[in-house]
Write a protein that binds this ligand. Structure first.
Ligand code: PMP
Length: 391
């Protein structure tokens, strides 16, 4: 045997380790929290029951008995797996039924369902625009829309948040073949609503298409029909997307638009074509969820009461302007946002600290839900007031 020194191979992931260490040092390390109970006003976290102010279950439907029953019966009827992509052998009668109901509900001729909102955004933008085209995007759009714009290879033009003059300058100088304006209808981290009438006017003036990601408006605004209905607008130029894991309480997304757009997506949208269809039992659950969104107006009324209660109690304390269930409270820095979240947790409240790079300014994101009584929101506001007074 040769007497060679044993050379230790370099640690294979040391560069990843270094990146994570840098994140920890900046209080930006991301971790998941394990829940031991279903969604609701209270959730079990680490053996403790906490009042839940960080989920997107805005209407309190995620644990609704009628939707659970529909999912159970859907599993009995269709099994648990779809078995295939929609274009092969995974498109069921209940998928069709859900798409028709979703389209009717938002006042569009046709709709197409997706496994997630992230995939819907990738699908729509990459299918509709490419090289030689341009996509105009708000700087505060959701990460999935940004990824979609980048992946599309279209000229990716970003404008300052809600700045219609900046958007108009970009549109006026564009020579792109196809122009797509893509925005969150309700901004996920700030809770504000996009100026939809102005966006539509510019889209018409410059012959652009308008793509709206209404992940946070669907079910909540416009009597549940979403942000376009809330703004009293309707246009064939608008391609509308809603996610179904938030107010609808289930999972997935749908895109609603003119039939030609839906046919185009079925033919060209890779994230639609090359993935296994969502289990049909989810479409059964979603049909019941749509009924509840329509019938249970009291859930939206309760949200409005909660928003009014919170904003009155925390007036002048750093709440960002927002008329939706997303109510962000600005923090001086990431460490403070984390410390506030930790203190509130000790006191029985669960709120997410959102920090860069997800947002430019650290904050507590308060998410309201019809699962709570209004009194629960008043108690939260008291607790936050005490916390800020002590800071
Ligand atoms: N768009 C927005 C504005 C969102 O907030 C989210 C979810 N955080 C998505 C898209 C992605 O939806 P999904 O969770 O269904 O993938």
């Amino acid at each position: 045997m040769r007497d060679t020194p044993l050379l230790m191979p370099p640690m294979p992931f040391s560069s990843l380790d270094a990146d994570l260490a840098a994140r920890r040092a900046q209080h930006l390390f991301r971790q998941r929290t394990v829940l031991g109970s279903p969604q609701g006003a209270q959730v079990q976290v680490g053996g403790q029951m906490l009042l839940n102010f960080c989920s997107n279950d805005y209407l309190g439907l995620a644990n609704h008995p009628d939707i659970i029953l529909a999912a159970q019966q859907g599993a009995q009827r269709w099994g648990v797996g779809s078995g295939s992509a929609h274009l092969v052998a995974g498109h069921y009668a209940v998928h069709e039924a859900f798409e028709q109901c979703a389209a009717n509900w938002v006042g569009k001729p046709a709709a197409l369902s997706f496994c997630t909102g992230y995939m819907a955004n990738l699908a729509v933008v990459t299918a509709l625009v490419g090289r030689g085209d341009a996509v105009f995007a708000d700087k505060l759009n959701h990460a999935s829309l940004n990824d979609a714009c980048q992946l599309s290879r279209a000229d990716f033009k970003r404008f300052a948040h809600n700045d219609m003059a900046a958007l108009e300058r970009l549109l006026a100088t564009s020579t792109a073949a196809r122009k797509l304006i893509a925005v969150d209808a309700v901004f996920s981290m700030d809770g504000d609503i996009a100026p939809l009438a102005d966006l539509l006017r510019l889209a018409e003036q410059y012959d652009a298409w308008l793509y709206l990601d209404d992940a946070h408006g669907f079910g909540v605004l416009g009597d549940g029909r979403g942000s376009m209905a809330h703004a009293g607008l309707e246009s064939p130029r608008v391609i509308y997307m809603a996610t179904l894991g938030k107010a609808a309480g289930v999972a997935g997304a749908f895109v609603a638009a003119e039939q030609v757009v839906i046919d185009y997506l079925i033919n060209f949208a890779r994230p639609y074509i090359y993935t296994t269809a969502a289990p049909p039992l989810l479409a059964e659950a979603l049909l019941v969820s749509l009924d509840l969104i329509e019938q249970d107006g009291w859930r939206r009324e309760r949200l409005q009461q909660q928003i009014a209660c919170l904003r009155t109690a925390l007036a002048g304390r750093g709440l960002m302007p927002s008329a939706t269930p997303i109510q962000p409270l600005l923090a001086p820095d990431s460490a403070a946002a984390l410390a506030w979240s930790a203190t509130l947790r000790e006191r029985g409240y669960w709120l997410a600290a959102i920090r860069p790079p997800t947002v430019p300014t650290p904050r507590l994101r308060i998410c309201l839900s019809a699962a709570h009584e209004v009194a629960g929101v008043a108690a939260l506001a008291d607790e936050i007031t005490r916390l800020l007074d002590q800071a």
